[in-house]
Structure formats: C-alpha cells, structure tokens
Ligand binder design. Structure first.
Ligand SMILES: Cc1cc2nc3c(=O)[nH]c(=O)nc-3n(C[C@H](O)[C@H](O)[C@H](O)COP(=O)(O)OP(=O)(O)OC[C@H]3O[C@@H](n4cnc5c(N)ncnc54)[C@H](O)[C@@H]3O)c2cc1C
Ligand code: SF4
Ligand code: SF4
Length: 400
C-alpha cells in the first residue's frame, strides 16, 4: 500500500492514549539534530517499520504501530543510557563518579605481529581474529570502508580473519551499526555468535535490548555474545567532516589519505607514507561533530564487555579495559598474541572522562542517574526538554 493511502487512513484514527509513535522520536531526536546514528531504533522496531534513509538517518519505511519501542531504546530519547552501565559485570567494583567504571583488568597492549591499517595497538582486530580462529564467535559486526565513498565507514559482518584485517582502523562516522543487526546476507550458522565493535552508545542499546528481551522484528540482538566499545568523546557527520572540511575546505584528495586520527585534541590526516597532510585542533571541526554527542557521558563505554582506545597508552598501543566475565574469557583467547603491561597513563583516561562528563552534564536537560530505571517516559522527556535549545522540532512530522 502506498505511503499516501496509509496516511489518509491514519488521519481518521484517533491516537490511542499513551502511545509513542516514530514521529514523536523523529521530532524530539532526529529533527532536533540530536540523533547519534546508533541504529538502535531500527533494531528495536518489532515490525521492521524503521529503515535507514539516504541521509544516514532513521526513517519510516512502513506503517508505525505506536508501540513506543523506538522511543524507549533510543539513547537520546527514552533510554536512561547511564542505567545500562550497571547491567555489565558482577557489581564487584561498583560505579565510581570519575573512575573507569566496572573493570576487572586494565592493560596497555600491542599485537606481536603487526596488522596493517590498525588504528593503535591493533588489539581489537587481533582479538576478533583470535576468537574466530578459536571458534568462539561466528562473525563480528565491524566497520569497513564504503565501496563508493572514500573514508566512510559502513557496518559489515566479518566472518573470516582476512575480513577482520581488511576492516582494521577507525572511521570517524557512525555506521548505524544496530540497524544492521539482522545479520542477513552473511554466511552464518542458524544460531550465530556475533561480536560487535561499536561506539559506547551502540553498546548501551544492545545491553538494554538484551536486558528486556522482546520480539524484535528481524534484528537478532540475542545473537550478540561479546561487545567491544571504542572509547569515544564524539563522532562526526561523514559529509561535513570528510567531504566539506577535509576534501573541500582543505583541498585534500581523499584517495591520497592513508590515515585519519583524533589524538591529543587534534584531527590528524596523513598520507599513505605516514606523512602528515594536516593536523589541526579538533575544535576547528566542531560544526561537523554530531550534536547529540554532547549529551553523552559514556566516553569509557561502561556497558561493554571490553572497552578499547588510545588515550591512556603510549602512541601505537591500545588501552584495554576488561569489564565482564565474557570480556575476561575473550581476553584470554588473545593474550598470547599480545605484548601487555599495566596501563601506561590511567590519569589521562580519568581526565578525559571528567571533561566528557562536564560537557554532558551541561548539555543534558534531565538528571544524570546511573541508578534510575532504564526508561524515561515521553511526557517526562518533553517536560525536561521543552523550551530549551534541544526542544523537539516544531514542524509537523509526516505521519504514515
Ligand atoms: C568515532 C570514534 C571516536 C573515537 N574516539 C576516541 C577517543 O576520543 N579516545 C580514544 O582513546 N579512542 C577513541 N576511539 C578509538 C580509537 O580510534 C581506536 O578505534 C581504538 O583505540 C582501537 O584501536 P585498535 O588498534 O585496537 O583497533 P583496530 O585493530 O584498528 O580495530 C578497530 C576496529 O573498530 C572498527 N571500527 C572502526 N570504526 C568504527 C566505527 N565508526 N564504528 C564501529 N566500528 C568501527 C573496525 O572495523 C575495527 O574492527 C574512537 C573511535 C571512533 C570510531
Ligand atoms: S539516536 Fe539512535 S535510536 Fe535514537 S533516533 Fe538516532 S539512530 Fe535511532
Ligand atoms: S560520543 Fe557518545 S553518543 Fe556520540 S558517538 Fe560516541 S558514544 Fe555515541
């Protein structure tokens, strides 16, 4: 049935009280420029009514039933995202305001055999390779470069060590990873075991959905057996960062770029020989960052089984925070392939986490409370956000 006919029909139907529709999420989050492109709403929709538009934002592709689930699980909407932090682990170490969250072990690590293109110490790629070789997982949801757009990361399920190697390195755009959690189109067994590499907001969504099992349409969050968070203070809009800022304003041919990094407060772009094309303070690229990232206080990926980043270790090494029993077991599969030592500079992690939280606490229009219930009512959100610079967009959303 064409979208127009459905819209006509819906116009004659009174809205059931208490329902939250996709267009409510659209006005409060997507059109209010707060979406962080995690794809959780796509995964949570039980009728597969949400797809990904050409602008890389969630869009309605079928009739919305008003079930509220896209709202409930959105980390900028109904999900009290910090409440997912306590889901991980066994509560042994407890939450501390400026600590690393629940961690069993922390390391500075580097692979013994180099992996071409790895961003830092190559820990993430080597972990996934070792898990595939030990038959501990059947695939890993990672990011690889788009076939048509240079330096744009796209979600992809790697099922072989070679595919993991080909996907090494960081892309500073969101891939709506959870919008690809149906795992179709891949050669996987009927009950696959999938590791997910994602930004902390994506991991929060997975943990929340796993904590509240439901019929999720075609997405298969139950198949996710390991979550690896990349430490993250902000992500970027691909077009604004790589096309407008890097290619157009700084006249950089993206074919000549061999590495993009955000390090020590700078965006660093290098060529294929490792020569710096330019490096500039990251604040110059503020306009290209996702606005919704300002509200995120989860730099450290608290809800993940393992968190990995560069901050906290010497250049060329990965900082690894092992958070859960699953994380600990996975780490054992890769240990012999790594040089490890105790974390070089834990203070750098504390400092950046504190800064990230300061920005988030200023931006959030609601109370930050890791002990709060998992979900925030739509009405409560509107009360908190109405009249602020993050209020829902005012225009009439398209309903069908
Ligand atoms: C948007 C973003 C912001 C980050 N910000 C910080 C930061 O502020 N501080 C910090 O210490 N570290 C940050 N990182 C993490 C850092 O860039 C490295 O990814 C991390 O140190 C792992 O390095 P590695 O050598 O162990 O991983 P590698 O062996 O290079 O493997 C990296 C893995 O991540 C996957 N991947 C790459 N990009 C994405 C993506 N966008 N979404 C999902 N998966 C992806 C790759 O496919 C690969 O499997 C950020 C990463 C991203 C993507
Ligand atoms: S932030 Fe995530 S869950 Fe919320 S609208 Fe955007 S993609 Fe959907
Ligand atoms: S800063 Fe937070 S919301 Fe933004 S991409 Fe990173 S984890 Fe997601």
């Amino acid at each position: 049935m064409a979208g127009f006919d459905i819209r006509e029909m819906m116009n004659d139907i009174d809205e059931a009280p208490g329902k939250v529709w996709f267009w409510d999420l659209e006005q409060a989050v997507i059109d209010a420029d707060r979406c962080v492109q995690c794809g959780v709403c796509v995964a949570a929709c039980p009728t597969d009514s949400i797809g990904i538009g050409e602008d890389d934002l969630p869009t309605l592709v079928k009739m919305c039933t008003g079930c509220s689930l896209c709202w409930d699980f959105c980390p900028r909407g109904g999900l009290q995202y910090e409440s997912t932090w306590k889901i991980t682990g066994n509560n042994e170490t407890g939450y501390t305001e400026n600590g690393l969250g629940r961690v069993h072990e922390t390391y500075t690590a580097r692979v013994r055999e180099d992996i071409e293109g790895a961003q830092d110490g190559g820990f993430v790629s080597q972990l996934l390779i070792s898990l595939l070789e030990a038959d501990e997982i059947d695939g890993a949801l990672v990011a690889r470069e788009s076939e048509t757009e240079r330096w744009k990361g796209e979600a992809f399920v790697a099922t072989t060590p070679d595919e993991i190697r080909e996907s090494a390195g960081s892309f500073y755009n969101q891939t709506l990873a959870l919008g690809h959690a149906d795992f179709k189109d891949y050669d996987l067994p009927p009950n696959p075991r999938i590791a997910v590499v994602g930004t902390p907001c994506e991991i929060e969504g997975i943990k929340a959905m796993q904590a509240r099992p439901w019929t999720w349409g075609s997405s298969r969050v139950e198949a996710i057996t390991l979550t690896i968070a990349l430490l993250c203070t902000k992500s970027f809009n691909y077009e604004k960062l790589m096309l407008e800022e890097v290619r157009d304003k700084r006249s950089v041919d993206l074919d000549s770029v061999g590495r993009v990094d955000v390090m020590k407060g700078k965006l660093i772009v290098q060529d294929h020989d490792g020569e710096t094309i330019f490096e500039e303070p990251i604040k110059d690229f503020h306009g290209a960052a996702l606005k919704g990232c300002d509200e995120c206080a989860d730099f450290l990926g608290h809800a993940a089984d393992i968190s990995v980043g560069s901050v906290g270790s010497e250049d060329g090494y990965s900082s690894v925070l092992v958070r859960s029993e699953e994380g600990r077991a996975a780490f054992e599969s890769v240990r012999e392939k790594l040089y490890t030592r105790s974390l070089d500079k834990p203070d750098s992690l504390y400092k950046l986490d504190a800064l990230d939280k300061r920005v988030a606490f200023k931006s959030l229009k609601r109370a930050f409370d890791p002990e709060a219930p998992l979900f925030i009512d739509y009405e409560e959100h509107i009360e908190n956000y109405a009249g602020t610079d993050l209020a829902p967009a005012e225009h009439e959303a398209v309903r069908y």
